[in-house]
Ligand binder design. Sequence first.
Ligand code: FNR
Length: 182
Amino acid sequence: MKKLGILVGSLREGSYSKKAANVIAKQLENDFEISFIDIRNLEFYDEDLEQEGKVPAEWTKFRDEVREMEAFLFVTPEYNRSVPAALKNALDVGSRPYGSSVWDGKPGAIVSTSTGAIGGFGANHHLRQSMTFLNVYMMQQPEIYLGDSSACFTDDGKIVERTEKYLNNFSEAFKAWVNKFN
Ligand code: FNR
């Protein structure tokens, strides 16, 4: 089974992005070896730290973990029409030192979420731009903009049927997408 790394752009406990990522992970659990990759403790990227003895241990741990992955799924909210800073920082940390990016040449996909109506369109496409630059082969279709995200889950945390089907359609396409790559 291929190793799939899931990165969630929201750090908060009750995150709808996290809930959606958990649903997708369940839908894909028989097809991938799944790891949720923690981005919370990554120090802000600072090129001055790229010297022997200065590289933060969390950067090294993160880079080693991501390097092992064979595919990526990003599930993220939109912050101010863009990617949350914690997630962008994780992309930057993984992209360096120059020439040693841990993202390079692997397939990936994005699910953007929002409690609003536009479903994180801005975050989705800003993230897509960075990942394309980082040479991650991003799935184009189906696009997933999970709008009105608070209505996608019941009070006891279960996903509503319509959303589950919407995400399942995505999960099936993602499986097929990753299988195109060796
Ligand atoms: C938001 N939210 C938001 N929503 C949106 O549709 N477009 C936006 O640009 C923003 N900007 C934004 C900035 C910041 C700093 C916060 C905290 C929130 C609302 C956002 O969609 C909502 O809080 C989601 O619930 C966040 O996702 P999680 O944490 O539920 O995954």
